[in-house]
Design a protein around this ligand. Sequence first.
Ligand code: SF4
Length: 329
Amino acid sequence: MTASKVALWQRELAAAVRDPQALLRLLDLPDGNTSSKAAQQFRLLAPHSYIARMKKGDCHDPLLRQVLPLDDELQVVEGFNQDPVGDQHSVVADGVLHKYHGRVLLVTTGACAVHCRYCFRRHFPYSESNPVKAEWEGALAYIRANPDVREVILSGGDPLTLADERLAVLFRQLRDMPQVTRVRFHSRLPVVLPSRIDASFLQLLHEIPQQTVMVIHANHAQELDADDVRQALAALRAAGVTLFNQAVLLRGVNDSVQAQADLSESLFAHGVMPYYLHLLDRVAGAAHFEVAETEAVRLLETLRKRLPGFLVPKLVREVAGEKAKMPVL
Ligand code: SF4
């Protein structure tokens, strides 16, 4: 690819911070506040546009906490394992997970624009399962052979880290499958790397005949507090994309009524419906983020008294082997 063909978002992604010490320096924080061992197991990744929304000098900043490797991740805690939601048992073709009726999920890539320390796929064997390798052939053949599949969910990693040319190949094929009525993206890029929502991607969206849905995965109102995020979400809405959010309830990030109320209000102000609030998937390395179910239920009950019903997310958990997200409240 020539330099002139590299999009701004790709340059920003290439320039993302990967060194924990460099991140701490950018935030005027002392060196010792991170763990090199944890960073070796799952490396740090955070774009500058996301870091710009972190508060300098605050080691408890809710955005920093989501990305900074800590010694806490090295604890071995019973009940926390490498595949907490049973993804690897649901693989039906290269990169295709078929867990729920009528929907298939494509693990499109292992790449993300940010590495979230609580990620339930932090141990997923992406290199063994990649539908893009053969131009989506295996995935498309599976969908064709299963006419009850009405919705194709692009997940990852993060599907929007794929270049537009790669996505275009898939969209062209899906266009000829009348059984598929919805294309859903799960992506954190509109939030962590909003320059991804550029004219070229918006043009691609216009070429998809199916309804399009994007679930943006914001966990804290501060993540949305930037003009470029606002513009990216407005552009997606203008392109006809229905926007939902699903958040994870995270200790030290958003485990208060105030944080949840602010998140819901901010999402709605940006045209995004708060949809799910997930209990943490019990992935090895993330136990320090867990909020007990009883505490989560209390939090949601209080939230219900503060917000109109449509701003209260459904509290759910994913249980390996179940055919739907399990409601907790
Ligand atoms: S963006 Fe999503 S898939 Fe990537 S690390 Fe974060 S939670 Fe995991």
